[in-house]
Design a binder for this molecule. Sequence first.
Ligand code: ADP
Ligand code: MG
Length: 684
Amino acid sequence: MNLNTPVTNLKGIGEKNAKLLNKLHIFTYEDLINYYPREYVNYELPVSVKDVQIGKLQTVSGCVSAVNGPVSAGRFKIITVILRDGLSNLEVIFFNQPYIKKMLKVGGIYLFRGKVIQKGTRIIMQSAKIYSRNDYDELVGHPIPVYSLTSGLSGKTVTKAVNAAIHDIQWDDEIFPVDTMTDLDIVTHSKAISMIHNPANEESIKIARRRLAFEDFFYFIMLLRKNRDLSVTLKNAYPMIETADTRRFIEKLPFKLTSGQKKTWQQICEDMSGNGCMNRLVQGDVGSGKTIVAILALLMTACNGYQGALMAPTEVLATQHMETVSDLVKKYNLPLKPVLLVGSMKTSEKKAAYSLIKEGEVNLIIGTHALIQDKVEYKNLALVVTDEQHRFGVRQREALANKGNQPHILVMSATPIPRTLAIILYGDLHLSAIHELPADRLPIKNCVVKTDYRPSAYKFISDQVAQGRQAYVICSQVEAGEDDDLENVIDYCDKLKDALPKLRITYLHGKMKAADKNSIMQNFADGNIDVLVSTTVIEVGINVPNSTVMMVENSERFGLAQLHQLRGRVGRGKHQSYCIFISSNDDKKTMERLNILAGTNDGFKIASEDLRLRGPGEFFGVRQSGEFSFKVGDIYADSALLEETNEYVDKLLKEDPKLNDVKNQKLKESVIRYYEKSEMLQSI
Ligand code: ADP
Ligand code: MG
C-alpha cells in the first residue's frame, strides 16, 4: 500500500464509513495518517464508589445493584443505574439511552466514567461512558488520542483505520539527510506519524510534535523564500503624490486619527511616492481602526489615476467594506468609484463588473478571492490591500499581486506577533504597527462564568436589547451530533428563543450559502436582528458598533487568541460593551486560562500567557486561530523551533541554492510537490 491507496482498501471501511471519512476530507491513506488527534485523554485509575469526589471527572468501578426506569420526564426518558459499595451509593443517570437497560446485568461489575455531582443528598454521575474491566485496562497508562468526528463515525473506527493504515503503508524514504535530523533533534517522518497516533507517554507526543511542526515551518519558509526571490527590491511602477483629497478627508472625519494610524498612514504615503514598490504589513489589534488607513491608501491611489483592490477573506466582510466605502463616498464626496466582486454574484453581475474593471470605469475593486481569478483583468491596478490577512495564504497574496504589473502591496493583520517572528513569517514585508485603540473607547467589561450563570446572562442580554443594543452568542458547533458535549448553533438558537421570546434571534454558520450569510449579516448590521447565534464565522473583521454583548459558550474549547478576536466584535463604538465567557468545565486551570482574558485586552500578552499555561498534550485541544494555520506548529509555543527552522533554511540554501546536491534530492522533490499543492489551494 502506498500513500495514495484509497481508504476503502482498509478492513472495516466500507462504503458507509468511507463516505463519513470523505466528509472529513479523508480519501486516501495519506489523508488518514495526516488526520492528527484533536487531543489526548489520560484515563485515570478507577476508584470505588465510596471514594468518588464531587465535581470531578473520574472512573468508578462498582457492582450494579439496580437498573431503574425508563421514566419519562419532558423530552427525556431517564434510566437510573444504582451502584452500591457497602454503605455508599452512586446513581448513574442516562437520558434517552434505552439500550442501557439491556446492556447492564444486575450484579455485574462495570466501570463508569463521567462527572460526579451532588444534587441535594444524592450523588449522581451524568453522561457516563461504560466499560468492561478488560477494555478499560487497555486505556490506562498512556495518552489516548481523541479525533474530531462527524455524526455516525465512531472514534474506534478512526483509531482502527489509522493504525491499520500506518501498519500497511510502504513508507517513502526520509527526505531530510541524517545529519540534519541529528542537528535539529528531530525524528523521522514515519516515526513521528506513528508516535502522534500512538504515543507511549507525554514525551512521545512532544517528540512527534517537534518533527511535524518543523515540517510545517520548513515548507512555509521555503515558499516565502521562493516568493522573496521573485520580488527582490522592485522599482515603484506607480509613483504617486499625496493629494488634497486625502488631507481633506482626514480633516472632515468625525474623529481624530490615533497616533498609530497617523504614523502608518505617513509610512504608506512615503512608500507609494518613493522609489521602490510598497510591501507593507499593518499590524493592529482588533478595533484599532485599520480600515480607515486602508481606505486612505486606496483613495490616494484613485486620486493618482490608478485602480486599487481591497481583498477580504469572506463575502460578508467584503460586502461590509463595500457598504462602508459607499457611505463614505456619499458623505464626503470622495472621488472613489467602487465595485463589488464576490463569488456568489450572478454570472451577469460578474460580467458587468469585469467590464467596468477592464475599461477603468471603476477605481476601487472590493471582493473576496474572486478578485484573483483569471477572468479579472485590471486596467491599471496599482495597489492591492488584503484585509484580515490571516485567512489568505501567501500564495493568494502573490496571485493577486501578479494580476497587475507589480502593484503596491498592503496587508492588514490583527494577529499579534512579536517583531522577531513577524520578520520570519512575513518574509520581506515592512512592518507598521497601530498600538493604541481610538480614545473614545470604553474598555470592555469581561466575566468568566459557569453554565449556571446563563439565566442571568440572558436577562442581561434582554436588558441591553431593551436599550437598543445587540448581542452575539457563539457556539463551537453547527449542529447536533458532531460532539454532543458542545453547544451547537441550531439547537441553541431554539433554546434561546424559548428563553427570550420577545427578542429577534437568528443563527449564522459557515455551512450556510454565502447569499444567506450575507443577508443575515446585513440584517444584523441594520439592526433588524437583536441576537445573532453564530459559530466563529463572525470572528473576522465584522464591524457592528451597536452590538455590545459577546457571549461565548464552551469558551474552554477555544484558544485565547481566538476568544480575543471574538471579543473584538464588541466594544467598537461608544457604548459600554461586555463579554461573557461561559465555561462548561470549571477546573482550576481552565478558569485560570480564561481569566487571563478578563485581566487584559492586550492581544500579544494574551497569546504569550496562553502559551505559558498550556501543557504538551493540550496543543490539539485548543483550536488555533490566526493567520498561520499550521497543522501542528504554533508560532507562539514553537517560536524557538520556528527560528531554528529559519536558520536551517538559510544554511541549506546558502550551501545548495537550487537543491541540486545528491543528498538533497528527496528534499527537493517534496518541496516541489508542496509548491504544486499550494498552487492548487487557491481558494479557502
Ligand atoms: P479593525 O482594526 O479591527 O479593522 P475598524 O477599522 O473596523 O477596526 O474600526 C473599528 C471602528 O472604529 C470603526 O467603526 C471605525 O469607524 C472606528 N474608528 C477608526 N478609527 C477611529 C478613531 N481614530 N477614533 C474613533 N473611532 C475610530
Ligand atoms: Mg478590520
